[in-house]
Design a protein around this ligand. Structure first.
Ligand code: BGC
Length: 684
């Protein structure tokens, strides 16, 4: 008998349920605290897994209790949300997605994994792979944006980064793809609300990143809190057993979301903890995070014949197998040998990806890069180092973060600073002092946007404007600027619907939340040391009423025609987004030509690119497909590839994509964004 079978044969029911239970330590609060952690519970095998505890010393101490003092010496599995970095905070995932660079996505996950391992962790609840087309939903900040092809590429890169080639590698940790599935489609963007959609939509848009995660060997998956078409994911035999385990072939560990098993009672599908626990276990959820439903409910469910011991054993086997794959039985202390912190190397990576995540939305009259040295730096986010972490800052410390004021000052600019207003309050008393700086400056930089907790979990917003009195501050600055360039650096976990702000500004840089090296990264781009290259991974709305807004719409029978009233349109806003998916300016000036397709087992698509600008820059190009199928509509554009090319002034090169041949009538499009006017096309 192997180790796992003999352990299962020896385990009491309590010990088995301990392996299916994950409890939080109070290091980080990510939900309601239900069961306070007790060392006795670990010693007696009642708790076999923990979340929210990190640090070499703390994890070693607690692991020692499990390994040396519990009857069966089974090591604990320790998990934590390193959503965009552990000690070194990288840009939020939506910002990272803006890089459209799988190698960079992988590099930050690798660094986060190494830091997690240093902190004694074995697992992270990342990557978050929820496609999101509704920026009212705060968790859009945590994911890959609106497109399933991008979400799938992020999935592959992140899982390679976290898990390395073997989970047993020093510095590798288990990834947990979440939140399976369609959480991004919550009704009206309201957190934890219901979702409802056709199976076609599910399979085409929301499922692919999870399929990619399974193909990449993801060790675990977390079902979403939400229900889909009337069945909560935590209890969905169809979506967990049939689709995920059956069809996609996932054989790893399913970890419930925080307290989600007990919340089956609120969903109304279970009448007590025993029923809730039975529904989740039967659907295939192995670990109950924070409900105590397995520990308290499964013994009752067994008595009532709602579950069989075999169901419990199968889940225990999957959990122990993961612990074995992580090499925990062999060497439970191999991770967590010494706390890691931010290092020169991790900072360099954070600065590099920080700069490449920034999206230059607008740059009239070459307001950027800055020609001026005397800068008025205004706004509540100008000197807000700790806000730069964004939501889910991992174990990142505010004191390790660099704000814009520090970044610009260290870049040698002559900076005068005043916040003007706070992010959210009504107090306008600081505005005169901020305006007074404008007279003496050659350029004005306005740092505006959301506070870090305005996006992320439980952070839905119905209005997507600037919070507090920032709009008044900005208007007063525009009045006062008297022709001097006003550059807006916009911080947010989502696209903000701020068309007037954009139209009045000379330049707008979407900074999202760039992480611990924010100030340096932003200074690099503003001063021209780095040419901006980020592209928005979500369509940027003009108005909340356009939401959901995304490029992959299906055609209307009455497409908009300005000459015909009875066509698809709003009477008070354009159909188009303010900025399309993929939009982002550089300091170069690119043109495309000679789009061509070479046949073969895979189609090879090539396009030539020239940089006519005076600065070196990186261009990002997207490959879209439009298919026509008899009897069923297809999206106007489906993303099938993206690629980048760095070119010096007058430099030229070719970007190549490959894609499988498609049956039927189809057309390919290549260009710098999903704006059809910017695309070259070729029939295939
Ligand atoms: C979130 C998950 C997270 C978990 C543990 C939940 O509230 O939905 O994304 O992994 O907490 O912190």
């Amino acid at each position: 008998m192997g180790r796992i079978d003999s352990l299962i044969a020896e385990m009491t029911l309590t010990e088995k349920l301990g392996q299916l239970t994950m409890t939080a330590a109070d290091y980080a609060v990510t939900g309601p605290v239900v069961t306070p952690l007790s060392e006795d519970a670990i010693r007696s095998g009642v708790i076999g897994n923990l979340l929210n505890l990190y640090g070499a010393e703390a994890t070693r101490r607690i692991q020692t209790i499990a390994v040396e003092q519990s009857r069966l010496h089974i090591p604990l599995l320790l998990g934590f949300d390193a959503i965009h970095g552990q000690r070194t905070v990288f840009p939020i995932p939506l910002a990272e997605t803006s890089m459209f660079d799988p190698a960079a996505w992988e590099a930050t996950a690798r660094m986060a994994a190494q830091e997690c391992a240093g902190d004694g962790l074995h697992m992270t609840f990342a990557p978050m792979l929820d496609v999101a087309r509704d920026p009212r939903w705060g968790r859009i900040a945590e994911g890959p944006g609106e497109d399933p092809f991008v979400g799938s590429a992020v999935a592959r890169a992140k899982i390679r980064g976290f898990q390395s080639s073997s989970l047993a590698d020093v510095g590798a940790i288990a990834a947990c793809a979440k939140h399976y599935v369609a959480y991004g489609a919550v009704t009206a963007g309201r957190e934890y609300a219901s979702t409802d959609m056709s199976e076609g939509m599910l399979r085409e848009v929301y499922l692919p990143p999870f399929r990619a995660a399974v193909e990449a060997g993801v060790a675990s998956i977390m079902p979403a809190f939400t229900d889909l078409n009337g069945v909560p994911l935590t209890a969905s035999t169809f979506l967990l057993r049939d689709v995920l385990r059956g069809e996609l072939g996932f054989d790893g560990v399913l970890v419930s979301d925080y307290h989600a098993v007990a919340e089956l009672l609120n969903h109304g599908v279970a009448s007590d903890l025993a029923e809730a626990a039975a529904l989740a276990l039967k659907a295939g959820v192995d670990i109950d995070m924070m409900s105590d439903a397995y520990r308290l409910g499964l013994p009752v469910a067994l008595e009532r014949d709602l579950v069989a011991m075999d169901d419990i054993d199968a889940a225990v086997r999957r959990v122990l197998t993961l612990k074995e794959r992580l090499d925990l039985f062999q060497d439970p202390y191999r991770r967590g040998r010494a706390d890691t912190g931010v290092t020169t190397q991790s900072r360099a990576l954070a600065r590099d990806v920080g700069a490449r995540s920034l999206v230059l939305l607008k740059n009239d009259a070459n307001a950027l890069p800055l020609a001026a040295r005397k800068i008025a730096l205004i706004g509540p986010l100008a000197d807000a180092a700790s806000e730069m972490r964004g939501p889910w800052g991992g174990a990142g410390r505010p004191e390790d973060c660099v704000g814009v004021l520090q970044g610009l000052t260290e870049a040698g600019l002559d900076v005068r600073h005043a916040p003007g207003v706070a992010i959210e309050t009504d107090d306008l008393s600081g505005v005169p002092a901020a305006l007074a700086l404008c007279a003496d400056a050659d350029a004005i930089i306005l740092c505006l946007g959301e506070a870090l907790l305005m996006s992320g979990e439980a952070a839905s917003r119905a209005h997507l404007g600037l919070p507090g009195r920032q709009r008044q501050l900005a208007d007063a600055v525009f009045e006062k600027a008297a022709g001097k360039p006003v550059i807006v650096v916009l911080f947010s976990g989502r696209p903000l619907a701020v068309p007037e702000l954009v139209s009045r500004a000379g330049a707008v840089l979407a900074a999202w939340f760039p992480g611990c090296e924010a100030g340096h990264a932003i200074a690099d781009v503003l001063t021209g040391k780095v040419s901006p290259s980020g592209r928005t991974p979500v369509s940027w709305p003009r108005a909340v009423g356009q939401i959901p807004i995304f490029f992959g719409e299906r055609p209307s029978g009455r497409p908009f025609n300005p000459a015909d009233h009875f066509t698809s349109h709003y009477s008070d806003v354009e159909n188009t987004p303010l900025f399309p998916f993929g939009h982002g300016l550089t300091y170069g000036d690119f043109s495309l030509s000679n789009l061509r397709v070479e046949p073969g087992d895979l189609l090879t698509v090539k396009v030539d690119v020239v940089n006519h600008g005076v600065r070196a820059a990186e261009e990002t190009l997207f490959l879209f497909l439009n298919q026509k199928k008899p009897g069923v509509t297809r999206p106007l554009l489906e993303l099938k590839g993206f690629g980048k090319i760095a070119l010096t002034p007058s430099g030229q090169g070719t970007v190549t994509f490959t894609l499988p041949p498609t049956a039927g009538r189809a057309e390919l499009f290549v260009g710098p964004s999903a704006d059809v006017r910017s695309l070259l096309s070729v029939p295939i």
